[in-house]
Design a protein around this ligand. Structure first.
Ligand SMILES: Nc1nc2c(ncn2[C@@H]2O[C@H](COP(=O)(O)OP(=O)(O)OP(=O)(O)O)[C@@H](O)[C@H]2O)c(=O)[nH]1
Length: 548
């Protein structure tokens, strides 16, 4: 006998359910088991934990130098003189408090983790060189941090330089929503010289101040959970992962699930490569004893026993394979209306790319004006030049679409977009893009013509043929090139000309098409300015049935 509130064991449940014509799947109870474990098992009080910080900025603005200077403030270090770092994260104990630094290379890694649901960073330090000011990667880092909702502390670095212009940096950043506090804004600024060791203590103080405002807390008594920062197959130690403990305490001997793998903590090393027995919240450790190499961003959860660990990891592996095969759940303009109806989106986020700055400003303004009560159009990031891998990762992590004007992603970037199911749309004029967004918002997006890109060729040589013009000696690298197809001439990922393929030859013969792997000569109608290194993108327009 059991009352309605009492649970029964799995065997009984299976027999009972069978009487009613249902099958019971045991795995689900274990997934739920983990959840319950994590919800219920909260032992004691939540205590403050130290902040996890990521340093970002444009190349050469001084990220590494600032991190080095910070490490020198480590009071635990003393005589040894500088820490030899073994893993991608480390913990500094300064007079101002403890800080954990996640040393992943750049904002792409940061966002890749986030696209896996892993937000480990509490605070971003944005390093901007005072002599150089805001540059491309500064802007990208800001967009990535803002999209993640992580507060930014600005370190205006290299103030020792003669041509340092701190006010200019502040002005440029104020335009990007990072007004300094002394200008009435709410962004913390710190003036540093990593080289002369100026302002480093102040920076550490600001980190603590920001951390206090964030009220970062964790319960060190519970079983540990954390995230993988990096992982690899080590020759002697087998699969190892740097895990940042986010809650609870991790101990040697704990059974755990990590991504699709499981294991038992055989040994733990801190970032100095020293063996430790336990690691509390905000502490990075290298864990040994995993059944395989997990991915950066994977969740790490301690469970009660080995059987549970194994069973959950197997279910996860199966699920991962299934989702790889199907399910595209990301946002796309095609599905915008459906998703709006289902209440899934209130905000259409876009990442913008264009060949010229003017288009960006005009589009961003017009797009934001399209916002209605139901849906807001928000530009997450904009930049000139071609669509990058970092754009795709940002769009993937933030569920955004990418809109490009006269720019094309490279083959590699396109593949990443496909893998991440990011909707990348290319336009040549603003109002076409605006039209599509408008139509998508009311569920009327029904292109009557769809452009199919059929192939890509790389220009290896050019020849001048009298009366004909320039012929491009090309290698077809993707798909096929057809005579009379439309063609775009791309230079460094930017469209410089759009026209038609006028002539297509293999050796001396005119041919209708040339497929990937072969070489050919291509003449572009009314265009002679082809250069070695250009890419030719061939496309055809196909009629698409109206869908509603
Ligand atoms: N004068 C001056 N030079 C600095 C300062 N900080 C860094 N530098 C110099 O700037 C150069 C780049 O510094 P890094 O710390 O390597 O810059 P980074 O941002 O880590 O560069 P990447 O890792 O390549 O992106 C080095 O030559 C440093 O010595 C500073 O405060 N003042």
């Amino acid at each position: 006998m059991a009352t309605i509130n009492q649970s029964v064991d799995v065997e009984t449940a299976i027999i009972l359910a069978a009487d009613f014509g249902y099958d019971i799947e045991q795995g689900i109870t274990e997934e739920i088991g983990i959840q319950m474990l994590n919800e219920s098992e909260s032992g004691g009080e939540k205590e403050p934990r130290s902040p996890v910080v990521t340093v970002m900025g444009h190349v050469d603005h001084g990220k590494t130098s600032i991190l080095d200077a910070i490490r020198k403030t480590d009071v635990a270090e003393g005589e040894a003189g500088g820490i030899t770092q073994h893993i991608g994260a480390y913990h500094v104990r300064s007079n101002y408090g403890d800080v954990t630094f996640v040393d992943t290379p750049g904002h792409a890694a940061f966002t890749e983790m986030r696209s896996r649901g892993a937000q480990v960073t509490d605070i971003v330090i944005l390093v901007v060189a005072a002599d150089d000011g805001v540059m491309d990667q500064t802007r990208e880092a800001i967009s990535h941090s803002q999209a993640a909702g992580v507060p930014i502390i600005v370190a205006v670095n290299k103030i020792d330089k003669d041509n340092a212009d701190i006010d200019r940096v502040k002005r440029e950043l104020a335009e990007l929503d990072l007004s300094p506090e002394d200008w009435g804004g709410d962004t913390m600024y710190c003036e540093t010289s990593a080289k002369k060791n100026i302002g480093i203590d102040e920076l550490m103080e600001l980190i603590q101040l920001q951390a206090e405002m964030l009220e970062l807390k964790a319960d060190r008594k519970r079983k540990a959970r954390g995230r993988v920062v990096e992982a690899q197959l080590h020759k002697g130690r087998g699969p190892v992962a740097t895990v940042l403990v986010q809650d609870g305490t991790l101990r040697t001997g704990d059974h755990f699930v990590v991504g699709q793998f499981s294991g038992k903590v055989r040994a733990m090393l801190d970032f100095k490569g020293q063996k430790i027995e336990e690691a509390g919240p905000s502490i990075p450790v290298e864990v040994q004893g995993i059944s395989g190499v997990p991915s950066a961003g994977d969740e790490f959860i301690v469970v009660t026993d080995e059987k549970m660990a194994r069973s959950v990891s197997q279910k996860r592996a199966l699920k991962a394979r299934e989702s790889e095969l199907g399910a595209n759940t990301k946002i796309s303009l095609d599905k915008l209306f459906e998703q709006m109806q289902e209440g899934e989106v209130q905000e259409l986020r876009v990442v913008l790319r264009s060949d010229v700055q003017g288009t960006l400003e005009a589009f961003a303004k017009a797009a934001e004006e399209l916002s209605t009560d139901e849906i807001k159009v928000k530009v997450l990031h904009e930049g000139t030049g071609t669509i990058t891998e970092s754009d795709i990762l940002l769009a993937s992590a933030s569920d955004a679409v990418i809109i490009g004007f006269n720019v094309r992603p490279s083959v590699k970037v396109k593949e990443l977009a496909q893998k991440e199911s990011v909707d990348v749309r290319s336009y040549d004029v603003i109002y076409h893009a605006l039209d599509d967004i408008k139509k998508a918002m009311v569920g009327m997006l029904e292109p009557t013509f769809k452009e199919d890109i059929i192939g890509l060729a790389e220009v290896r040589e050019t020849f001048h043929v009298p009366k004909v013009g320039t012929i491009a000696g090309c290698a077809v690298v993707d798909g096929k090139i057809q005579r009379n197809a439309g063609v775009r001439v791309l230079r460094e990922g930017v469209v410089i000309y759009t026209g038609k393929i006028e002539s297509l030859r293999r050796f001396k013969d005119d041919v209708k098409e040339v497929v990937s792997g072969y070489e050919c000569g291509i003449g572009v109608e009314k265009f002679n300015d082809i250069k070695v290194g250009d890419n030719l993108e061939a496309y055809v327009m196909t009629e698409v049935e109206a869908t509603l």
